[in-house]
Design a protein around this ligand. Structure first.
Ligand code: SF4
Length: 67
């Protein structure tokens, strides 16, 4: 079984905040609107939502990585 995590490229991110709207269980916004993730593996029930958040990122800089 593959473990998935969300990571953010803080240089590329433009703080649109869509990812936090689509995946609030794993992504929160800081006071400037930039996303923060805790780096924990995603539970299986959030994988579909996470893939959508990655796909819909305007900057397409969110990445999911196996570990
Ligand atoms: S959707 Fe993409 S550009 Fe928008 S806050 Fe998330 S990582 Fe940044």
């Amino acid at each position: 079984m593959t473990t998935l995590r969300i990571t953010i490229d803080p240089v590329a991110c433009d703080a649109y905040g869509y990812c936090a709207e689509l995946l609030p269980e794993a992504i929160v916004l800081d006071e400037w609107g930039y996303p923060m993730v805790d780096g924990r593996p995603l539970p299986p029930e959030l994988v579909t939502q996470a893939k959508r958040a990655v796909r819909d990122c305007p900057r397409r800089r969110e990445k999911k990585a196996g570990s």
